[in-house]
Design a binder for this molecule. Structure first.
Ligand SMILES: Cc1cc2nc3c(=O)[nH]c(=O)nc-3n(C[C@H](O)[C@H](O)[C@H](O)COP(=O)(O)O)c2cc1C
Length: 174
């Protein structure tokens, strides 16, 4: 099996990370993988924010936990050491779809580098809450951008199995 197909078949989510950091070179590579995703009419109306500062990650997690009304200590992105926020110009009607393509590129590239990952969804609904937006602005997210997906990244603290893929049906009309 070729390496790309193997990576697609193997990738799975991880929800417990060690405190080992990801190198800056690899984070740059992951952001580049995101930027190579397809986008509607090649508008590339996205903005990727890479956060690898532990204090800033906790600050974002706290602001999100407060906005969501959940316990701060339980909301830590599974201890991920890096986040890549996939944001889009809020005016782009296909921003969600573009970001989903970019997210998958990040996950596949990460897996190929031995980096574990999981999609974190909650920012999508709360990125304009003032306290959350303040942290996002501090991290460099432009005001005109909303966040549609967050890739939580790090090294797996334990092995997670890939869930069965039993429900997606396929038919061939050849
Ligand atoms: C749009 C989307 C939103 C998701 N949001 C979350 C999330 O907020 N938290 C989480 O732990 N996993 C989240 N996931 C991960 C899915 O639960 C996971 O991909 C799915 O269970 C299949 O497992 P696998 O990634 O191990 O193959 C999300 C995945 C997608 C595609």
């Amino acid at each position: 099996m070729n390496e790309v197909i193997k990576t697609i078949f193997e990738r799975h989510s991880t929800r417990a990370f060690t405190d080992a950091p990801i190198s800056k070179d690899e984070l740059i590579l992951l952001a580049d993988a995101a930027r190579h995703a397809p986008s509607a009419r090649n508008r590339q109306s996205w903005h990727f924010t890479v956060i690898a500062n532990p204090a800033l990650i906790v600050e974002l997690a706290n602001a999100m936990a407060d906005a969501l009304g959940v316990d701060r200590e339980s909301y830590r992105f599974y201890s991920a050491t890096a986040l890549i926020l996939c944001g889009s110009d809020r005016a782009d009607p296909l921003g969600i779809e573009n970001c989903a393509c970019a997210m998958e590129n990040i996950f596949l590239a990460a897996h190929s580098l031995g980096i574990a990952s999981v999609w974190i969804n909650q920012l999508k609904g709360i990125c304009d809450e003032p306290a959350v937006r303040a942290v996002l602005s501090k991290a460099g997210l432009p005001e005109n951008c909303v966040v549609y997906g967050t890739a939580a990244l790090g090294y797996a603290a334990k092995e997670f199995q890939k869930p069965e893929r039993a429900t997606g049906t396929v038919n061939f009309a050849m």
